[in-house]
Design a binder for this molecule. Structure first.
Ligand SMILES: CCCCC/C=C\C/C=C\C/C=C\C/C=C\CCCC(=O)SCCNC(=O)CCNC(=O)[C@H](O)C(C)(C)COP(=O)(O)OP(=O)(O)OC[C@H]1O[C@@H](n2cnc3c(N)ncnc32)[C@H](O)[C@@H]1OP(=O)(O)O
Length: 189
């Protein structure tokens, strides 16, 4: 049975970590090959900035240009790519609170068509935290940060230990980040 993504009543406010980038700063790419944020030809190439929030929660705003090679229905963005974009934005905003986290559950509502050639502005917010669980929500707007809402999302991210990657990631990709073969072997023994 699907578990609710609703914020529990006893969730705590999730503020940015003291070492996280400040409001207005552009977020660096996660990795040079990230499908969501890296400057690679087939990627979503999201550009993201830390945004302000009245309640003090962590918020990120991202821009995504909709390209002809991203179509599903003729002339419209493929739905799965909106979900991918939300995964990137929501993953980026939880990383302002605590790291590393992974997506456990992500729901997307598709509210309006998204024409190729236009721009999506996405906003992700950490609505609260309870232990390892981070409850996040997002909205996607057309053409402008305050433009019409074309999609919304809710997700649950879980904080994990670095062992999650040391045990599961492809070894050559870990080694490219500077992890030694000995560290990888030790985590998997
Ligand atoms: C030195 C090495 C360096 C290498 C690493 C370098 C960098 C990497 C760092 C950061 C990456 C940075 C940025 C990435 C940014 C964006 C990318 C987007 C994010 C992703 O692209 S990420 C990929 C997709 N993602 C996955 O690949 C996850 C696969 N999955 C799992 O790996 C496990 O599934 C896991 C870990 C999620 C949980 O496993 P687990 O064993 O830790 O926890 P467990 O199952 O016990 O659940 C604990 C409590 O969460 C509840 N719960 C669990 N799952 C739930 C669900 N689906 N719905 C509702 N509730 C759920 C349970 O019900 C329980 O609740 P309760 O405690 O109340 O009983």
């Amino acid at each position: 049975m699907a578990v609710s993504l609703d914020l529990p009543a006893d969730a705590a406010l999730a503020e940015r970590h003291e070492k996280a980038p400040a409001v207005g700063e552009r977020l660096p790419v996660h990795s040079a090959v990230c499908f969501g944020c890296a400057d690679i030809p087939h990627g979503l190439r999201l550009a993201s900035w830390v945004a302000d929030d009245e309640a003090g929660a962590a918020v990120v705003t991202s821009r995504m240009e909709l390209r002809p090679d991203q179509q599903g229905a003729p002339g419209l963005l493929h739905g799965g790519l909106l979900t991918s974009a939300f995964d990137e934005v929501l993953g980026s905003v939880v990383a302002l609170v605590t790291r590393p986290c992974v997506t456990a559950r992500l729901e997307t509502d598709f509210r309006r068509p998204m024409p190729i050639g236009r721009t999506l502005w996405l906003r992700g917010r950490v609505d609260g935290r309870r232990g390892r669980k981070l409850y996040v929500s997002g909205t996607a707007h057309l053409d402008d940060e305050h433009g019409p809402v074309v999609g919304t999302a809710k997700a649950l991210f879980l904080k994990v230990e670095m062992e999650h990657f040391l045990k599961n990631s492809r070894p050559e990709d870990l080694e490219a980040l500077g992890v030694s073969p000995e560290q990888i072997r030790a985590a998997r023994s």
